[in-house]
Design a protein around this ligand. Structure first.
Ligand SMILES: *Cc1c(COP(=O)(O)O)cnc(C)c1O
Length: 414
């Protein structure tokens, strides 16, 4: 029998199931204080529906989705359910991806290919985006040989559209807005960005990774939301994560295309290798069909009524946490348009607070500039969790005020 102590190589003989179990058990976080590292989850019953499908199709390869109907048909149904939420045109469509970053890579890659045809003067193509756009846009530019151009924000933490206008050059191919951005949970002035895209003939990408599968339901519940989707005719692509407020198990996201013919800029099907045409839906080759079957199952199980219920529950959870934060001396809610739930320190150093909370077992996500704490609340967040969080935040602030806290944690996301 092998040895479960850490080694630098493959065990010479296999570990027992018990040894494996023991090692896995040491990896567990506190179920309440570690909750936000496991976001975004629905209530347990819905998780079970996803999990069953996930396990059953875990080993099936979704790389066959362009060939084999048993995967392709269901994935097609899933993509149509998704597209229907974004006020689609008659020929809008969607592609499955492994996550928000992957969706952004697909959008930026397609924008580059489209630019070769529609922006032929762009010899060194640029992607124009506000400072608050997700870091995955820089990664996409790096991978695909584009230049990221970030413009400052207005005082309200939304894109400064005048600054974006001034930054447009003959090399600009793509303009980006967030719906909303992660750091501040605020929507950029997308109607104005769309007007710039129209005027200058640019590809417009809307990043709705966090908001895409929540905003439609908040809107139906009467929450006023800005127009952010295909209602803006200039929008060509939207990234939206099923593994966030779609409440589907990771890794699962979507890239939505305004018109089906834009897929010509997305697909790349090489043939020049020994195994014939290589037709994949996106950047990935082999990928588990588990997340696809799970996402289809979760969305079908919830339906519109289910998502509306979860949206109502989330609103109530956010209100409860907002009341709690309002009662803590030194903290204040930072108003977002949607999610993440965010707060800042009025007299408390958040680096100290995140450090103190980490010592208590809470893993919280921070924003560095300006200092904020972003909370990915989800429909599995219970009142008990919120109340314990509020109680321990209050204790943490008290400890900081009394000078008992020396060390600092890092306000960071990744
Ligand atoms: C989460 C997020 C992303 C990246 O998504 P991943 O699934 O983590 O790759 C991009 N943009 C926004 C606004 C996000 O919230």
């Amino acid at each position: 029998m092998g040895d479960a102590t850490p080694t630098s190589g493959l065990p010479a003989t296999g570990l027992s199931r018990e040894q494996i179990r023991a090692r896995l058990d040491t990896s567990k976080l506190d179920p309440i204080r570690g909750h936000f590292t496991r976001a975004f989850r629905p209530p347990l019953e819905v998780q079970q529906v996803g999990l069953e499908a996930y396990m059953e199709f875990l080993s099936d390869n979704a790389f066959f989705s362009m060939y084999l109907p048993y995967i392709g048909d269901l994935e097609g149904d899933l993509m149509r359910m998704c597209t229907s939420l974004f006020h689609p045109h008659a020929d809008s469509t969607a592609s499955p991806t492994s996550g928000g970053s992957d969706s952004i890579y697909c959008g930026i890659h397609a924008a580059r290919e489209w630019g070769k045809v529609h922006r032929p003067g762009a010899t060194q193509p640029e992607v124009l985006m506000p400072y608050s756009a997700h870091a995955a846009f820089d990664k996409a530019c790096h991978y695909f040989g584009l230049k990221p151009v970030r413009t400052p924000l207005r005082e309200d933490f939304r894109a400064d559209v005048d600054a974006m206008n001034k930054a447009i050059t003959k090399n600009t191919v793509c303009i980006v807005g967030s719906a909303p951005c992660w750091s501040f949970g605020r929507y950029d002035p997308l109607t104005e960005i769309a007007a710039l895209a129209g005027e200058h003939g640019l590809w417009m990408h809307v990043d709705a990774c966090v908001g895409g599968y929540l905003a439609p339901f908040y809107e139906k519940l009467g929450r006023p939301m800005p127009v952010w989707d295909f209602r803006l005719p200039q929008v060509k692509s939207i990234s939206a994560d099923l593994h966030k407020y779609g409440y589907c198990p990771k890794p699962m996201s979507t890239i939505l295309w305004a018109h089906e013919d834009l897929l010509q800029y997305h697909y790349y099907h090489p043939e020049n290798w020994p195994a014939g045409p290589y037709k994949m839906k996106g950047l990935a080759g082999s990928r588990s069909a588990g997340p696809v079957f799970a996402a289809w199952s979760v969305m079908s199980y919830l339906g519109e009524a289910g998502y509306l219920d979860l949206a109502r529950k989330l609103m109530a959870t956010a209100d409860r946490l907002a009341k709690g934060i309002a009662g803590i001396d030194g903290l204040e809610v930072f108003k977002t348009d949607l999610m993440p739930f965010t707060f800042r320190g009025t007299s408390i150093d958040l680096e100290k607070l995140i450090g103190v909370m980490f010592e208590k077992g809470w893993v919280l996500l921070g924003n560095h500039e300006p200092p904020l704490i972003n909370m990915p609340l989800d429909a599995a967040t219970t009142d008990e969790m919120v109340d314990l969080l509020v109680q321990e935040l209050a204790q943490g602030c008290e400890a900081i005020r009394s000078g008992k806290v020396e060390s600092k944690g890092a306000l960071r996301y990744g």
